[in-house]
Design a protein around this ligand. Structure first.
Ligand code: ADP
Ligand code: MG
Length: 378
C-alpha cells in the first residue's frame, strides 16, 4: 500500500486526514534465540517490511482502530476503561501501548489509527512488535513525549507482559525501535548496551534468504512460558540470577550440578547460544562473514535437540538448504513454526531457493538486507 493509499484509507474511515504517518519494521534474529529473557545476548536486524500507522489525536478519550490486515472493521475503545486483560483480538496490542504510556504518567488521550503492514503476520518476524512500536512512537511524537528508543522498546515489552499477558523478552521491540539500515544490532539484554554491527551481505557476494514456513503449531504460546519458567528454575537451582551468569567454560560443572534432564538441556542451549552470539560478532568484526554460516547451523541444532522448539517444516527447510550448499541455516524467532533464515553465496541462490520451494511448496521466501528501525514517514 502506498503512502497515499494509506492516508486515503484513514480518511475513508475517519472522515479527516491523519496528522502523520509512522513506520516500524519486523525483524529477523540473526543469532541469539531465547537468550533475551535469560539476561543474555541477541543480534537481530530490521526487515525492510514495516507496519505503518496513520494517526490523528482525538480529544474525547476514544481509541478507534482499523487495520488493513484484519477483517472485522473498526475497533472502538475508551482509554479510561483500558485494563490489563480486558481487550480481545489484535486491538490488545495498541490498547496495551496506550495503557502503559498512561500508566507511566503521560497524559495521552484518544486517537484514530489506521494500520497497514507488509510484515507477514504470525510468521515469526515480529509483526506484533512492529505494531506495538509504531503505535508507541506515533503517540509519543504526537504528544511531545521524549523517550529514548530503548525506553520505548521497554515500554512496549511491559505492555505485552502486563496488559497482553505474554512473558516475552525485550528483543523484538528493541530490534524494531533501535535497528539501523545496513547493520545488525548486538544487544546485551542485561546492561542494554547496544552496538550497531555493519552487516553488508551484498558487498561480500552473499545473500540472506528468509523462508516463512507459514505454519504455527498450536502449542507455541503456552510453550514459551514453560521454557522461560524452566530457564529461571535452572538459574535458581544453580544459585544464579540468570543463565547468562553461567560462563561457557563452566558449562560442564553447571550441567553436573543440575539433576533434571530438561533443565540441563535448556541450560546447555542458553549458554552455548550466548557463546554463538559472541562468535558471530567476532567474525563480523573480522570481516569473515561467510564463516558465520556454521555458527548459525549449530544454533539450529541446539534449538532442535536441546531447546526442542523446532518442527518438521523448519527442519526440512534447514536441511534442504544445507544439502544444496547453503553456508548456514537456522530457524529464527520463538519456534514451533514461523521462519527460517538461510545464508548463501549469490551464485547458489537460484538452486537453493528452488530446492526449498520444492521441498515445502506452501512456504514463502524472500531475500533480505537490514533495513532502518522505526521512523516517521511524514
Ligand atoms: P509475529 O509477531 O511473529 O508476526 P504473533 O503471533 O506474535 O506473530 O503476532 C501476530 C498478531 O499480532 C496478530 O494475530 C495480530 O493480533 C497482531 N498483528 C500483527 N500485525 C498486525 C496488523 N498489521 N494489524 C493488526 N494486527 C496485527
Ligand atoms: Mg510476535
Amino acid at each position: 500500500m502506498t503512502e497515499a493509499a494509506l492516508e486515503r484509507a484513514f480518511t475513508d474511515v475517519h472522515g479527516r486526514a491523519p496528522e502523520g504517518v509512522w513506520a516500524a519494521p519486523g525483524r529477523v534474529n540473526l543469532i541469539g534465540e531465547h537468550t533475551d529473557y535469560n539476561d543474555g545476548f541477541v543480534m537481530p536486524f530490521a526487515l525492510p517490511h514495516t507496519t505503518r500507522a496513520a494517526v490523528a489525536r482525538r480529544d474525547d478519550g476514544r481509541l478507534r482502530l482499523t487495520s488493513a490486515a484484519m477483517d472485522g472493521g473498526l475497533v472502538e475503545l475508551d482509554v479510561e476503561t483500558l485494563a490489563p486483560g480486558a481487550t480481545e483480538g489484535w486491538a490488545k496490542y495498541p490498547a496495551a501501548v496506550l495503557w502503559t504510556l498512561r500508566e507511566a504518567g503521560h497524559a495521552i488521550g484518544g486517537a484514530d489509527i489506521h494500520y497497514a503492514s507488509t510484515v507477514p503476520v504470525g510468521g515469526g518476524l515480529s509483526s506484533s512488535a512492529a505494531l506495538q512500536v509504531v503505535t508507541a512512537l506515533a503517540l509519543c511524537e504526537l504528544h511531545g513525549v521524549g523517550m529514548s528508543r530503548q525506553d520505548l522498546a521497554l515500554l512496549c515489552q511491559r505492555s505485552e507482559n502486563v496488559y497482553v499477558g505474554a512473558p516475552v523478552g525485550v528483543m523484538d521491540q528493541t530490534a524494531s525501535a533501535c535497528c539501523t539500515e545496513g547493520h545488525a544490532l548486538h544487544l546485551d539484554v542485561r546492561t542494554l548496551a547496544q552496538r550497531q554491527v555493519p552487516f553488508d551481505l551484498a558487498a561480500e557476494g552473499l545473500r540472506l534468504l528468509v523462508v516463512d514456513t507459514r505454519v504455527k503449531h498450536a502449542h507455541a504460546d503456552g510453550a514459551y512460558g514453560e521454557l522461560r519458567a524452566g530457564c529461571e528454575a535452572a538459574a535458581a537451582a544453580l544459585g544464579l540470577p540468570a543463565l547468562r551468569d553461567v560462563a561457557y567454560d563452566d558449562l560442564g560443572a553447571a550441567l553436573a550440578a543440575l539433576p533434571d534432564e530438561r533443565l540441563r538441556r535448556l541450560t546447555r542451549h542458553i549458554v552455548t547460544e550466548n557463546r554463538r552470539v559472541e562468535e558471530v560478532l567476532g567474525l563480523l568484526d573480522a570481516g569473515r562473514t561467510p564463516e558465520i554460516g556454521p555458527v548459525l547451523t549449530a544454533g539450529h541444532a541446539s534449538l532442535r535437540d536441546d531447546f526442542r522448539i523446532s518442527c518438521a517444516e523448519l527442519d526440512l527447510v534447514v536441511d534442504t538448504a544445507l544439502s544444496e550448499g547453503a553456508l548456514g541455516a537456522r530457524m529464527t524467532g520463538g519456534g514451533f513454526g514461523g521462519s527460517a533464515i538461510v545464508l548463501l553465496e549469490e551464485s547458489a541462490e537460484a538452486k537453493i531457493s528452488a530446492a526449498v520451494a520444492q521441498a515445502l511448496p506452501s512456504s514463502r521466501q524472500f531475500v533480505t538486507t537490514p533495513g532502518p528501525g522505526a521512523h516517521r514517514v511524514r
